[in-house]
Design a protein around this ligand. Structure first.
Ligand SMILES: Cc1ncc(COP(=O)(O)O)c(C=O)c1O
Length: 488
């Protein structure tokens, strides 16, 4: 391989030339991966090279054609890797200037040991409930879960039934760390991972620790999950709504908010469905470093992506500033109350101590069963199964909206379990639409319930959950609503 010849073409912002070091050799094992895994392996290797500092900030990358030739892979794979890592904020690119490594905080391999708010119970008479928040509970893998429970009960020594490690069972922490690194690009060290009762407890634990450290407030997205506000408020912190635009949190209001912690949903913002731009992800981390603050990244539906590769977790860009949290609430069932947080080194001891005093650790058998499901491949199978079903339902929703509410535009469709539907003003005002729907046994939730902004254009914006409804139920619910509205 001759890296030096591949890096000289582009001019522009980048300061360094990767040709000075044999950095591309890092990518060779990925290039040799079996064809169906090669693209992902390449992305992982590139991400890891940036994280570990082997490719420092400012390093100019070869053209996709040159790197593809050096590695002996197709150019499309390299282009895809560049695009994906640019979307995640690891790389920057500019027409005419090529692609270079962005200004991410390096963790160094050695240094880095590394809301809820599902629909309320349906009101009497509700036949079709489009309110967001729940997965399809009938897809819960009962047989696989029962088998996992039987297996762990048979295998676990008596000692495993004592009070568990408040961080979580080591076997589960290792399994989750590997899975989060692989699926979400999280810089996950099992020693920094705490098993908890979902994102809800992660927020409570972090809020309690921040309060004890002297924080008075925490920023929340507006529009955002009402549960975030409620959970942090319960820890004694004031919540400060921070406005979003189509790229993510607006930097001005964030800088003026007077807080040093925020909770965000950058991969698939709740409820708007946007993926934060790479620039806003970078600016948020710059802000956190400047104020010596922290970001809670709620990756509540990070597993479900339909039309493009998932946007990797923000946490991977700066594991010392970002607390990453997720749960099985969307992938298995919220009733399991099983989740995790991956912590910056400086917060680990305090969070673990709070977890210990809160409940003396998480139920051991459920942890062991989840570890078995993850390590046996059952969890990945479940995700693939849900992904197929949810994609089909999303497509049914898009078709149904077009058929029954022509002129509607839909955003946030690439991921998650809900979309934002923007109905032209002729279907409004929103109160009339909601009443007509309720009369037809259909529950809908307007976007304005999630934040302070009111649409000025008269359009009706709805947050429409679809994952828990079959295609025929989706179509029938939309048809009934349109018919009831037509009678008014
Ligand atoms: C924004 C957001 N975060 C997190 C969750 C899930 O929380 P938990 O993991 O505690 O079940 C939800 C559930 O609806 C949510 O809407």
């Amino acid at each position: 391989m001759t890296p030096s010849g591949t890096t000289s073409a582009a001019a522009g912002p980048p300061a360094r030339d990767a040709g000075a070091q044999p950095a591309w050799e890092l990518l060779l094992p990925a290039a040799g991966a079996p064809a169906r895994r090669r693209g992902r392996a390449l992305q992982e290797a590139l991400r890891e090279a940036v994280r570990s500092g082997r490719l420092p900030a400012g390093t100019r990358l070869p053209s996709s054609r040159a790197l593809a030739a050096d590695l002996g892979v197709s150019r499309g794979l390299v282009t895809e890797a560049y695009e994906q890592l640019t979307a995640e904020g690891y790389l920057r690119s500019d027409r005419g200037s090529g692609t270079w490594v962005g200004g991410t905080a390096r963790t160094g391999r050695a240094a880095a040991p590394a809301g809820p708010g599902g629909p309320a119970a349906p009101a009497p008479g509700v036949v079709t409930d489009f309110r967001p928040g729940t997965p399809d509970l009938s897809l819960f893998p009962r047989a696989a879960w029962a088998a996992a429970q039987r297996t762990v009960l048979a295998r676990l020594p008596h000692s495993a039934l004592g009070y568990p490690d408040p961080r979580g069972l080591p076997v589960l922490r290792s399994a989750l760390a590997a899975m989060l690194a692989r699926r979400r690009g999280v810089a996950a060290d099992p020693d920094r991972l705490v098993v908890c009762s979902g994102v809800a407890q992660a927020a409570t634990l972090l809020g309690t620790v921040l309060r004890a450290r002297g924080h008075r407030g925490v920023g929340v997205e507006d529009p955002g999950s009402p549960e975030h506000g409620r959970l942090f408020a319960a820890t004694g912190l004031e919540t400060v709504p921070l406005p979003l635009d189509e790229e993510g949190l607006r930097p001005g209001p964030l800088a003026r908010a007077g807080v040093r912690a925020v909770v965000v949903t950058p991969s698939h913002q709740f409820p708007s469905g946007i993926a934060w731009s790479a620039e806003r992800r970078g600016l948020l981390l710059d802000w956190a470093r400047e104020v010596d603050g922290h970001v809670l990244e709620d990756d509540y539906d990070g597993d479900f992506r339909y039309d493009r590769a998932p946007v990797g977790a923000l946490q991977g860009l700066d594991p010392e500033r970002v607390v990453y949290t997720g749960s099985v609430s969307k992938s298995l069932a919220p009733g399991l109350r099983l989740g995790w947080m991956v912590l910056p080194g400086a917060l680990v001891d305090e969070v673990v101590e709070r977890k210990r005093t809160m409940d003396l650790g998480h139920p051991a058998l459920d942890q062991a069963a989840l570890a078995h499901l993850v390590t046996s491949g059952g969890y990945d199978r479940q995700l693939r199964r849900c992904q197929r079903a949810y994609r089909e339902r999303r497509d049914a929703l898009l078709t149904g909206l077009e058929r029954h509410f022509p002129g509607t535009s839909v955003t946030g469709i690439a991921a998650g379990l809900h979309v934002i539907a923007c109905l032209p003003a002729r279907y409004g005002p929103v109160g009339r639409l909601l009443e007509a729907a309720a009369g037809a046994g259909v529950a809908l939730r307007p976007l304005e319930e999630y934040g302070s902004a009111r649409p000025a254009d008269g359009a009706v914006r709805l947050v429409v959950g679809y994952a828990h409804l079959t295609p025929s139920v989706i179509d029938e619910g939309l048809r009934r609503t349109a018919e009831a509205l037509g009678r008014r």
